[in-house]
Design a protein around this ligand. Structure first.
Ligand code: FMN
Length: 271
């Protein structure tokens, strides 16, 4: 594989033409990423789970507070109930392992209380944000590790359609919030997935100061590029319409418009 190939898969005909002066297997793996939604029933071993969690815990963590936890769900009936919460995403039941990543302020609050501190800092939006960011960085480390071991993954943000149902299902205490799931399993080679192109770098990369003058034509190019990808997958062929629908009405949020309330019910004040 030449170094031009992965750029092409990620960006299509408008791929960067300057050749990298440094390259690595890790970058190649990152550029080859694709979400997998078709799995074989083959199990993921406990030893592999240990490796994925070690990769996750190796991610940076804000002030090393490690404000996250994860629940590994293997029970098929529990996964089926969680797939239901996620709007019927049946790959959650097809794959053998679902990791539910949690913003976890309970541990830090307990440590603060035992040290005689009020813990009131945990009631602020900043603390919830730090916990969510920590969880996301850890989860992405685990996802990339899984891919490097030949496994497939897909995130399941749709668990936030009903975070309180997820919390009940997983027995989450107060001050712990389910951020998203990560499905892990063996991709079914009979139902392969392609690399999904991304926006051109000129749309997302700014130099020194924010400049949106290249947005319009970059988005136009991307719309054309992605139409083929979506058509092949049998999906609505317009990225622009997807974005517009997601933000065009509260209904597009699929219940996640009540997230602040769900956070509060889990004990997060978000001050
Ligand atoms: C936080 C997060 C939540 C996601 N939630 C879902 C989901 O609920 N269902 C799903 O099928 N894909 C989900 N995805 C996967 C995205 O749809 C996918 O990453 C995106 O379309 C780009 O495709 P790719 O990962 O194959 O490159 C999620 C991704 C992220 C980062």
């Amino acid at each position: 594989m030449t170094v031009e190939d992965p750029y092409r898969a990620r960006y299509g005909p408008g791929a960067p033409t300057d050749l990298p002066d440094r390259w690595s297997d890790l970058v190649a793996a990152q550029l080859a990423h694709r979400s997998v939604r078709a799995y074989l029933p083959d199990p993921v071993s406990d030893a592999t789970l240990t490796t994925l969690i070690a990769a996750a815990q190796s991610a940076p963590s804000s002030s090393n507070l490690q404000l996250w936890s994860v629940v590994a769900v293997r029970d098929p009936r529990r996964r089926a109930r969680l797939a239901e919460v996620a709007g019927g995403q049946w790959h959650i039941t097809e794959a053998p392992l679902l990791l539910v990543w949690l913003a976890d302020l309970a541990r830090a609050r307990r440590i603060a209380a035992e040290a005689g501190a009020s813990g009131e800092g945990a009631d602020y939006l900043e603390s919830a944000l730090v916990a969510v960011i920590d969880a996301a960085l850890a989860a992405q480390n685990a996802a990339l590790a899984a891919e490097s071991l030949g496994l497939g993954t897909v995130f399941a943000g749709a668990l936030r359609n009903d975070p309180l149902a997820v919390s009940r299902e997983l027995g989450l205490p107060a001050h712990v919030f389910p951020v998203f799931g990560l499905v892990v399993g063996h991709a079914d080679p009979a139902r392969p997935t392609g690399v999904k192109p991304r926006l051109a770098q000129r749309v997302v990369l700014h130099h020194e100061r924010y400049d949106d003058s290249t947005q319009a034509d970059g988005i136009g190019d991307y719309e054309k590029l992605l139409a083929d990808f979506y058509t092949e997958a049998g999906l609505e062929p317009s990225w622009v319409r997807r974005v517009a629908e997601r933000f065009g009405s509260v209904a597009g949020l699929r219940g996640r418009d009540r997230l602040r309330e769900a956070f509060r019910r889990q004990g997060f004040q978000l001050r």
